[in-house]
Design a protein around this ligand. Structure first.
Ligand code: NDP
Ligand code: 2IT
Length: 450
């Protein structure tokens, strides 16, 4: 059976919810086709059939009471996808768009991302359709407690170690940890992204964004392109990943000029004010329109003012682009705009932010394209450093974590480049990442038996 038939087989089993999962799976299957052709061992061990089905999907009801004494019901999930390389590991997403299909896509991607880090972690993802927007601190706490009252049965420091993702940061991880500790009487590293005072790693909040920039620096260097210093960069999103990508870009002398949220885009030609952005998004939790109160020369472009199918942020001329918001946020139209405006490099901070058509456009125009599972692996890598610190009761310095993060991102980049070269697709970071990530997991699955 050709790889195309193989992919189609899974498409037939598809339903609307699974669309993003199928998208993620199709990309991996196409990338690994040369490996499957050249080495029949993977077919003999039915690796693809075994890898595209999660080990288990846990789905549960979360009942909690809001501040008006109204009982609310949400759905919680944990998709434990593959633990061939280590305990299940991956974030929790709280967002109204969360469903089983979204978490299967994220869990599937996480397997290969975690494999690429070279660290002993398997792939998982979880979350809920709970919408944290507009909720009081107390409501967030009650929801997190109720969520953990079910989740605790399925996780553990050697079993499955969740962390943050969209809508889940240090505050939520703190409440989840507090409930786990109460139920189990166990003070252990069962979650990562914890606040520093009770076992969190220094630099975990910064890790994903800083890692994306470290990866991009290495990629540009390996491709013989000019560095980011003094260059205009555009960034989408205004959450954890976007903020720390912007922060690191400023530290290295680049000029990050944009950020965005679900309502609109900020264009600040003088460079985004990171302290202000943190204040608006992490402390006051307000809309980006407020940015203009302090920075009146910046421009705010509401989403409804931009033509359908494209996004204002990708129409700003830049040297390097960093999509850091959510899946499929960068379309073919956006890719054409970036290419037309002279963009040289695109690095995915978010998970699968570029549509397949956008990726195709980047690759055919020889844009340096860093796919999410390689470029944003710094977050989960530092999560694993947090697991190591918790297990050994140690605390690493900021400098130590930063140095290890930088080395990890450089090594991932080199691994991806060499693998692409070995399989005759030099310069294609998508294929390089998918093949290198897959091979390690597949070899472990074979060695561990069925
Ligand atoms: P946050 O919740 O901190 O921020 C998410 C940002 O993306 C917000 O600005 C949000 O805007 C915006 N956003 C979310 N959904 C949409 C949407 N449907 N349309 C437009 N904008 C949207 O999340 P993170 O920064 O942690 O995560 C961002 C991305 O990075 C995700 O793809 C996540 O999976 C990925 N990632 C995160 C890691 C981490 O360590 N946190 C690690 C690796 C990847 P608004 O507030 O208006 O909704
Ligand atoms: O997508 C991701 O890699 C994350 N949300 C972080 C996962 C983790 O376990 O730190």
């Amino acid at each position: 059976m050709s790889i195309l038939d193989e992919a189609k087989k899974y498409e037939r089993a598809d339903c609307e919810q699974d669309r993003v999962f199928y998208q993620a799976m199709e990309e991996v299957l196409f990338s690994i086709a040369p490996l499957l052709e050249s080495d029949k061992i993977y077919a003999r061990h039915a690796i693809v059939d075994r890898l595209v089905v999660p080990d288990r999907v846990i789905k549960f009801k979360v009942t909690w009471m809001d501040d008006n004494q109204q009982i609310r019901v949400n759905t919680g999930y944990r998709v434990q996808f593959n633990n061939s390389l280590g305990p299940y590991k991956g974030g929790l997403r709280f967002h109204p768009t969360v469903n089983e299909g979204v978490l299967k896509f994220l869990g599937f991607e996480q397997i290969f991302k975690n494999s690429l880090t070279g660290l002993p972690i398997g792939g998982a993802k979880g979350g809920s359709d709970f919408d944290p927007k507009g909720k009081s601190d107390f409501e967030i706490m009650k929801f997190c407690s109720a969520f953990m009252r079910e989740l605790y049965k399925h996780i553990g420091p050697r079993i499955d170690v969740p962390a943050g993702d969209i809508g889940v940061g240090a505050r939520e991880i703190g409440y989840l940890f507090g409930e786990y500790k109460k139920i189990t009487l166990s003070y252990e590293g069962v979650l990562t992204g914890k606040p520093f005072m009770f076992g969190g790693s220094l630099m975990r909040p910064e890790a994903t964004g800083y890692g994306v920039v470290y990866f991009t620096q290495t990629m540009l260097d390996m491709e013989g392109k000019e560095s980011l210093k003094g260059k205009i960069c555009t960034i989408s999103g205004a959450g954890n990943v976007a903020i720390h990508t912007i922060e690191k870009l400023k530290q290295i002398g680049a000029i990050p000029v944009s950020c965005s949220d679900s309502k609109g885009t900020i264009y600040d030609a003088e460079g985004i004010d990171v302290a202000l952005l943190k204040e608006l998004k992490n402390v006051r939790r307000v809309s980006l329109t407020e940015y203009l109160q302090t920075r009146p020369n910046a421009k705010y472009i509401p989403v409804e003012e931009y033509p359908k199918g494209g996004h204002a942020v990708w129409n700003i001329p830049c040297y390097a682009a960093f999509p850091c918001a959510t899946q499929n946020e960068l379309t073919e139209i956006d890719a054409q705009n970036l290419i037309h405006n002279g963009c040289v490099s695109v690095s995915e901070g978010a998970n699968m932010p570029s549509t397949p058509e956008a990726i195709e456009a980047f690759l055919s125009h020889k844009i340096c394209f860093a796919p999410a599972k390689a470029a944003n692996a710094g977050g989960v890598a530092v999560s694993e450093f947090e697991m190591s610190q918790n297990a050994s009761m140690q605390r690493w310095s900021f400098e130590k974590v930063d140095a290890r993060l930088k080395t990890t991102m450089q090594e991932i980049c080199k691994r991806v480049v060499l693998t692409a070269k070995d399989y005759g697709v030099e310069g294609n970071y998508v294929d390089g990442a998918n093949i290198a990530g897959f091979k390690k997991v597949a070899d472990a699955m074979i060695a561990e038996g069925i």
